[in-house]
Design a protein around this ligand. Sequence first.
Ligand SMILES: [Zn+2]
Length: 238
Amino acid sequence: MLKFIGSGSAFNTKLGNNSAYYKVGNQMLLIDCGSNIFHRIKENSILKGIEHIHVLVTHTHADHVGSLADLIFYSYYCHGEFAIPKVTVYYVDDVKINELLAINGIIPDIHCLTKKLHADTQYTLNFCKVLFEKSSHVEEIPSYSIEINIDNKHIYYTGDTNSLKSSLVNPESSKLYDYVYVDTCKADYDGNVHLSLRKLSELVRHELRSKFWCMHLDEGFERQEAEMFGFNVVTNEF
Ligand SMILES: [Zn+2]
């Protein structure tokens, strides 16, 4: 369903920072734009045929927004018609994206468009519906998961998190979801701000696992191990 430009954790340079995309005609949905994502977008010509990019920001860790400014400036100056904003940034009101853009020299409404959203409220974008929900990650900054309705599919995309809401793992309520993308790592220790594969296995019953997709993988993560447990693992796809 979603495609991934990168599927790794902050330090997994091989898989790249976790970032998903989905194209509808000449529009593209992009979830996060971490430090090495602009490079991957450009090197793999992902913007070919795209006239507008809708970026959903889960939170402001660098591996999720580190090259957002590069994408905005590139699309403004070098992609398609010169000096027209081609990125809209969607963020929840307590995510300090405006400060981030400001220190990068980006002027909203000139270089890009921004849309401040409220959590737990569904919004209709051009070609999909989104709803942001707070996730459990770090104390310093807020982090959000996103429910997305697109092409008649109901997707849940956890931002960085170390837990899953109960409706995702309840056999009845989980029927709502076609795809559940989950921040999953091999690292497993007290205080982990991500969700370990061990914990995911404890939370999700075997019969529900086929709709769960592991992403945001750390370097110790073993695809085969997750697949043996019955989970899917995303791959990068351009
Ligand atoms: Zn994070």
